[in-house]
Design a binder for this molecule. Structure first.
Ligand code: NAD
Length: 374
């Protein structure tokens, strides 16, 4: 089969596969056709792809000849028209959130896989783009905060006096939050952490963070390890606790999300106003509304001396390693759906294949997406 690698259309520097993955696909008897300049922003040239065994062609040819179309971001409206029924579309299109796109794929009868829907199981770990991209985001978020902060992260005892370490507050200890804790600790900050899942307490502590407990959180064992929406009573208690810690924080990294739902608002405008001027909030939940009431997606704003960065795509700012990780995840996933002689072999008995498949032949395959749409 032919795998067509598309150049990203939106403001995206990553590419879904680097040249280093091409040989492994050739070994599986898959031909890789790459759109001209697809890897340019991730520092992979057309010559690099050709040297690795891929064929570099126009965008038109990729759409016309590929059996499987691959990119990172959702397709733009114009591209949806070009996808044929016998082609398979693979990207990360957040189907729990962008239900309109799912409905369009359904109507057009296109077979689609969304890599952000890979089940969070041990067997699927090597394909889990959410984890690898959250690792990049958590790391970058802390670095950006350190650059924007007018004070140091580490403690210094110098002849010019003693500098106190920065206080970093992390909201949400999923993959991005845990990476944020590790990075902030390596830079010498003191780190406090909130999460509604008590299971993460030990991980937080093992990374050197202090877990702040708010009693009465709702946890659901059926939610696949994810957080669920909280009661009004808990939300009030948590806001108060966040408020108390925010006033002492120099940096807040927001990562709290609930799949398919608007992100919980944990920092109100009033809380921001209690923060010290010069403090920095980095909101990784910006694309689903943000954990801070004042966050604006893809914008950096200032409110009463506090800088609020609403950034939803840090991986695009570290395109080389982010593409490297993404591509490795993609390769591991492709191995599941490529059969003998490089032909596509979709085994929907496999929980990873079924869970990642969003639409096929006019039906929704992923159960969670189905429950949101139907
Ligand atoms: P996520 O991006 O969905 O959410 C980030 C964090 O925010 C989570 O820890 C969540 O509990 C927290 N959160 C949500 N609402 C909150 C609130 N109101 N207040 C405070 N915190 C709140 O999470 P993620 O990084 O995608 O991880 C989700 C789950 O998946 C975790 O249990 C993680 O361990 C698990 N996971 C499993 C695998 C695997 O086995 N393959 C891989 C990665 C992650």
């Amino acid at each position: 089969m032919i795998l067509g690698l598309l150049k990203e259309q939106s403001n995206e520097n990553r590419v879904a596969l680097l040249p280093e993955i091409v040989q492994s696909l050739s070994d599986l008897k898959v031909e890789v056709w790459v759109e001209q300049d697809a890897g340019a922003n991730a520092l992979a040239t057309d010559a690099d792809y050709e040297n690795a065994g891929a064929k570099v062609v126009s965008r038109k040819e990729v759409f016309e000849k590929s059996d499987v179309l691959l990119q990172i971001q959702s397709p733009v409206a114009e591209d949806i028209k070009k996808i044929a029924k016998n082609q398979v579309w693979i990207s990360a299109f957040n189907p729990l959130w962008d239900t309109e796109l799912v409905k369009t794929f359904l109507e057009k009868g296109i077979t689609t896989f969304s890599l952000d829907s890979i089940p969070r199981t041990t067997r699927a770990q090597a394909m889990d783009i959410l984890s690898s991209m959250a690792t990049v985001a958590g790391y970058k978020a802390v670095l950006e905060a350190a650059i924007k902060l007018p004070t140091f992260f580490p403690m210094f005892m110098t002849a010019a006096g003693t500098i106190r370490p920065a206080n970093v507050l992390i909201l949400g200890a999923g993959v991005a939050g845990l990476q944020g804790i590790a990075t902030a600790r390596k830079l010498g900050a003191q780190v406090q952490v909130f999460d509604v899942r008590s299971a993460v307490k030990e991980e937080v502590m093992s990374l050197g963070g202090k877990f702040v407990e708010v009693e009465g959180a709702t946890e659901d064992k059926e939610a696949g390890g994810y957080a669920v929406e909280q009661t009004e009573e808990y939300k009030k208690k948590q806001q108060q606790a966040v408020n108390d810690h925010a006033a002492k924080a120099n940096v807040i990294i927001c990562t709290a999300q609930i799949p398919g739902k608007k992100a919980p608002v944990l920092i109100s405008k009033e809380t921001v106003e209690t923060m010290k001027p010069g403090s920095v909030i980095i909101d990784l939940a910006a694309s689903t509304g943000g954990n801070c009431e004042l966050t604006e997606n893809d914008k950096t704003i200032e409110h009463k001396g506090v800088t609020i960065v609403g950034e939803s795509n840090y991986p695009s700012q570290m395109p080389v390693d982010a593409s490297r990780m993404f591509g490795k995840n993609v390769l591991n996933f492709l191995k599941l759906i490529i059969g003998e002689e490089g032909a596509l072999n979709l085994n929907f008995e496999d929980d990873i294949v079924k869970g990642t498949c969003i639409t096929n032949k006019g039906e929704i395959y992923n159960e969670r997406v189905k429950s949101v749409i139907e």
